[in-house]
Ligand binder design. Sequence first.
Ligand code: SF4
Length: 210
Amino acid sequence: MNEHVRTARRLQAETCLKHLHSNGFSADCFETAEEALAFLKELIPAGSSIGFGGSETLKETGILDWLTGNSEYTVYDRYHTDNPPKVFHDSLLADYYLMSTNALTMDGHLYNVDNTGNRVAALAYGPEHVIIVTGTNKLVKDVQEAVLRNEYIAAPANNARIQRGNPCEETGYCVHCSKETSLCNQFLVTRRSRPSGRIHVILINEDLGY
Ligand code: SF4
């Protein structure tokens, strides 16, 4: 990342963190994914059960590699199972749930769009602890901009990865389809963390995921 963009993003992250705290979230910011991963390893006690949502950010930060086959924890691993629906349900009652977010607003709200809803269900009313790992590339001004970010970046990129034949694979942006194969079925704005501190945002000053 260009050093001046990095500086601007760091300043934005500091403002966002203040708003996250006033909205009841726990929140920390790190310059690198390595620092964030080291923090996470200290944060989650050994013996905990952990579920996670589908996330390129969790892959790029090395978090998935850390969890895969990790015998210190009970890991509900959606990527290494012959029964994904059971893993999704077990994850809803895990001690910790890890995920990224489609967007994070400067005024301290999360915006997420989901396919089946397993990820937004966990975020809204699942595990006692939810940890959001996100790059500063997902910072946006407000919820309106979050919607646009999803329609122009996150959702088309996700469709390009999964390839269900939806129209955004051709256009590169959302055309609000209502196809059976649409990946955009559940929309959630998390305005505050309730109870306070349940949701912990880990913001990393890097481009991560989409
Ligand atoms: S609603 Fe349809 S067109 Fe829009 S991003 Fe989702 S799958 Fe693509």
